[in-house]
Design a protein. Structure first.
Length: 265
């Protein structure tokens, strides 16, 4: 897919990877970049810099996603690419004594943003895309969805679920001309990464959001399902599936080291 001349929506577009995506799509010639975020002030600033439009949107609320889609298509035309990019980094606690946690709140919020946001986008865009013969979804997930995330069961679990939904989205609608890519980086130098304890997600180096956006453009151009800005992740996936028991033992060692380091800080 080439974004030149197309209408593109980016959720979580006010900062980090989302902002870099908006800027990259603008440079690539998108007809209109729609920046959606809870942070309306920064969304408007990004939109102004790329000649786009801004919407306040809580992606965990279906009515917000529906409104975003309806208003965008009414004002600017068919959405060719919907980037379901918004995410949160809450629930990280390397010292947690129970993977189930003590409250439903971090699980519910992570589920709403990391899973249901993708579901809502598909629910309200697929009928429109099918009617016009196709479209494209880019879902920002994480290498945690392919591997795991030490220190955050809620993050890891919901990111795994997001991968599962994206797979089904691609399978179910391939015949409708609808394409899907998932973006699965490790460490990216964003406010979200800086807000959590340093861990194995940064072991292969933290990329800039701008580099990740370039990788996205390349991945969309090839229409590849899995976009891996950190190519090492492919090797980790292979090791995981080759010997799951060995992989779990290795991850447990990483967690033990994290807990030791975090306990001394």
């Amino acid at each position: 897919m080439q974004v030149a001349g197309k209408v593109v929506v980016v959720t979580g577009g006010a900062n980090g990877i989302g902002r870099a995506l908006c800027e990259a799509f603008h440079r690539a010639g998108a007809a209109k970049v729609v920046v959606a975020d809870l942070d309306l002030a920064n969304a408007e600033a990004v939109a102004a810099s790329v000649g786009g439009a801004a919407f306040k949107c809580d992606v965990g609320q279906e009515q917000d996603i529906r409104h975003l889609i309806e208003e965008t298509e009414q004002k600017f035309g068919p959405i060719a690419l919907f980037c379901s990019n918004a995410g949160i980094g809450g629930g990280f606690d390397p010292m947690s004594v129970n993977a189930g946690g003590s409250s439903d709140e971090p699980w519910a919020r992570s589920w709403a943003i990391h899973v249901m946001a993708h579901v809502y986008a598909a629910r309200h865009l697929i009928p429109r895309m099918k009617a016009r013969g196709g479209g494209y979804f880019l879902n920002t997930i994480s290498a945690a969805g392919l591997l795991s995330q030490v220190g955050s069961p809620a993050y890891s679990t919901t990111k795994h679920a997001a991968v599962g939904f994206a797979e089904n989205l691609a399978i179910s609608h391939k015949a409708d001309g609808i394409k899907v890519s998932i973006l699965c980086p490790q460490g990216v130098d964003t406010n979200m990464l800086r807000s959590i304890p340093k861990g194995p997600q940064s072991g292969d180096g933290d990329l800039t959001p701008e580099q990740v956006a370039l990788d996205v453009l390349a991945g969309l151009g090839q229409e590849t399902f899995v976009i891996l800005p950190h190519p090492q992740v492919l090797g980790y996936m292979r090791k995981k599936t080759e010997n799951y028991d060995r992989w779990i033992a290795g991850m447990a060692k990483i967690q033990a080291k994290m807990r030791e380091a975090y306990g001394k800080s």
